[in-house]
Design a binder for this molecule. Structure first.
Ligand code: DHB
Ligand code: FE
Length: 292
């Protein structure tokens, strides 16, 4: 049986990808941010997964206002890094896991979550920046990402976006789906995006350190209560793009201590936790949780 053994949470910011790709990680501005991921890169080597189920959001790259799936699962064999206006990032092509992805699509749709199935798409900074933060710099041709990745895109860009509650319930369905796959696979689930940031309007540049850290405490220790946080709180407290945080609840809902919408049994171990302000306009949050 396949099992989810850990969850990883991290912000994404396009400028982080640029800093990596232009070898600026040791510059004064960037060094403290990348230092927060030194533990994580070693942890990835020590706890190498067979598959990463990577929850992220597309930023009008693969999708656009023409077509807005709420939840989209990638079932392809590979995904190319997208050109977001400055050329594709020089990182390896992302290999998929069509067998597990198709199984999860079947199981989760049968559990009454309507997923869009995607057989062809490019992946933007929402997916490649978390991978780079956790895996470090890789040669686009000679190297490969450590394992196959199943991209799972959530619409948090164009309203109406899904609630934290729905994301949390979806995470539970994803765990059931993974655990009903026959092959013995060690699966990690990642929730990405956030934390506080607002890229537009009168409040552009908003950062809310206190709210972010309280939310992170709640997400880790009382995810049932965290799932009830309404959209308006994210937007008011964490800025218009702070809503990306609902994606972290998909990963948290897939952990072993969440059953039938309630917490039971021991909390996951917090292997690592990090917070840094700012990276571009964004408050960067990061955590690694391991199932007991
Ligand atoms: C920034 C953050 C994002 O989440 C994003 O998608 C684009 C830009 C930023 O802080 O620059
Ligand atoms: Fe974003």
């Amino acid at each position: 049986m396949a099992r989810i053994t850990a969850s990883v949470y991290t912000s994404h910011v396009p400028a982080i990808g640029v800093a990596l790709d232009l070898h600026k990680t040791q510059e004064d501005y960037w060094q403290p941010l990348f230092a927060g991921y030194d533990f994580s890169k070693q942890w990835m080597k020590d706890n190498k997964p067979d598959v990463i189920f990577l929850v992220y959001n597309d930023h009008a790259t693969a999708f656009s206002l023409d077509m807005i799936p709420t939840f989209a699962i990638g079932t392809a064999a590979e995904y190319k890094p997208a050109d977001e206006g400055w050329g594709a990032r020089p990182v390896p092509v992302v290999k998929g896991h069509p067998e597990l992805a198709s199984h999860i699509a079947q199981s989760v749709i049968q559990q009454d979550f309507d997923l869009t199935i995607v057989n062809k798409m490019d992946v933007d900074h929402g997916l490649t920046v978390p991978l780079s933060l956790m895996c470090g710099e890789l040669d686009p041709v000679k190297d490969a990402w450590p394992c196959p990745v199943i991209p799972f895109a959530v619409n948090v860009v164009q309203y109406p976006v899904p609630s934290g509650q729905r994301c949390f319930a979806l995470g539970q369905a994803i765990r059931k789906a993974v655990e009903s796959f026959d092959e013995d696979l060690n699966v990690h689930i990642w929730g990405t995006g956030g934390m506080s940031h607002q890229l537009q309007g009168a409040r552009a540049g908003l950062i809310n350190r206190e709210w972010d850290n309280n939310w992170l405490d709640l997400m880790i220790n009382d995810p049932v209560a965290c799932a009830k946080v309404p959209h308006i709180d994210y937007v008011r407290e964490a800025g218009s793009e702070g809503i990306e945080l609902v994606m972290w609840l998909i990963a948290r809902g897939a952990m072993a201590d969440v059953n039938d919408g309630q917490r039971s049994g021991p909390l996951p171990q917090v292997a690592h936790r990090f917070y840094h302000v700012p990276a571009s306009n964004t408050a960067v949050g990061h955590a690694i949780l391991e199932n007991n």
